[in-house]
Design a protein around this ligand. Structure first.
Ligand code: NAD
Ligand code: DAU
Length: 350
């Protein structure tokens, strides 16, 4: 039997957060799940419209950098635990505007922990779970995998801000006794991902007959994990992980960007009844991302062996179902790409 918990999920209206919130609301009816989100361009309550009438779900519109709002949410919902996903998450945006990443990812995380410390008189039994990224480890050569013991070597403003927040979370554990979990996950893909990220951007552009922009030579490697499998890892680590421990999350699924985009194009040709090879004709190689990390690859042995977690589906299944979701949810895509995103796209890909 799981005990009653009132969990504040920050960033619950975002891509990964919405999958985590839905999983917890559905699987743990005795918990109350509070989605605390600022609703930036990346946050969208439509992602969770199916949960609106659920008695164990609530939304609080707040900014993790605002001490008053965090305090109020902690008190109002008598929060027992935090799963912290709120962040600025897009590497390209961190290159053109690093300060927002420092503000939200570093200061916001510290502010959140300060308010938790003040609210939980006795820190014992309260979990502060910080969701982080494999990008804190830097960039790999042709061989090797990131392990939990790999030295931090962040190289973009985004990864530097996430690395800094990881350090602060560990510092609060060692200094004040905050009970923490940290996980560092590889690239996620799946439904409801904002179409600035590689996979949904390519699907959206392919459907609209636009160019498919690949940075540099396209040989950079990412290690892709289905978002539902990341959500199941977060669930597992939250419930079974040990205080103070870090867990890498990934599915041993490395792809060069160019191979991945070709794979995606051939599924889209098939789904739209187009001649094989026609979507891929729109691939263009454009100026590389500044400081572009060459290769990420995660060793998730600790999570698999100690907590018995493993991914549930193959990449082929996940990619096909993701493409189908985007094809069936064009209205969702059109809503999120209207407005500011058009300006961002014009500026970034000009
Ligand atoms: P996202 O950009 O889709 O969503 C971020 C959410 O945080 C949005 O709902 C946004 O409104 C909210 N938010 C932003 N600033 C806020 C603030 N100041 N206060 C409250 N809410 C705020 O991000 P995502 O891809 O879902 O990533 C979620 C977390 O997982 C991030 O911490 C990210 O670093 C980490 N992560 C992402 C990936 C990935 O592949 N996307 C992989 C590993 C780890
Ligand atoms: O590794 C985990 C990280 O994965 C997360 O922490 C980040 O929040 C998430 O955004 C993601 O970062 P990446 O930079 O790897 O993801 P992105 O989708 O932006 O890019 C994936 C790869 O595709 C990368 O090598 C850059 C390349 N790319 C991306 C875009 C948007 C292109 O070639 N063209 C593009 O237009």
């Amino acid at each position: 039997m799981s005990k009653n918990r009132n969990i504040l999920v920050t960033g619950g209206a975002g891509f990964i957060g919405s999958h985590v919130v839905r999983r917890l609301v559905n699987n743990y009816p005795s918990y109350n799940i509070i989605n605390f989100d600022k609703l930036t361009y990346a946050g969208n309550l439509e992602n969770l419209s199916d949960l609106e009438s659920r008695s164990n779900y609530a939304f609080y519109h707040g900014d993790i950098c605002d001490a008053h709002q965090v305090k109020e949410a902690l008190r109002k919902y008598e929060i027992t635990d935090v799963i912290h996903l709120a962040a600025e998450s897009h590497v390209d945006r961190s290159i053109s505007g690093p300060m927002e990443f420092v503000q939200t990812n570093v200061l916001g995380t510290v502010n959140l922990m300060n308010e938790c410390r003040a609210f939980w008189d006795d820190l014992k039994g309260h979990i502060f779970y910080h969701v982080s990224t494999d990008e804190v480890y830097g960039s790999l050569g042709d061989e090797g995998l990131f392990e939990e013991t790999t030295a931090y070597d962040p190289r973009s403003p985004y990864s530097a801000s996430k690395a800094s927040s990881d350090h602060f979370v560990r510092a609060y554990h060692h200094t004040y006794g905050l009970e923490i979990r940290i996980s560092n996950c590889s690239n996620n893909y799946g439904s409801h991902q904002f179409p600035e990220k590689l996979i949904p951007l390519m699907i959206h552009n392919a459907v609209n007959g636009k160019e498919l922009p690949i940075y540099g030579d396209g040989k950079n490697i990412r290690d892709w994990l289905w978002v539902e499998d990341h959500a199941s890892a977060i669930d597992t680590i939250f419930h079974q992980g040990e205080n103070g421990e870090t867990y890498n999350v990934g599915g041993l699924n490395e792809w060069t960007n160019v191979d991945l985009v070709h794979e995606l194009c051939s599924i889209i040709d098939d789904r739209l009844g187009k001649e094989a090879g026609s979507t891929a004709k729109n691939i263009v190689f454009i100026k590389d991302r500044a400081g572009h990390d060459r290769r990420y690859a995660i060793d998730a042995t600790k999570l698999e062996q100690k907590l018995n977690w493993k991914p549930s589906i193959t990449f082929e299944e996940g990619l096909a179902s993701t493409i189908d979701w985007y094809l069936e949810n064009q209205e969702w895509v059109n809503n999120v790409v209207s407005g500011d995103y058009q300006e961002y796209y014009k500026e970034h890909y000009k």
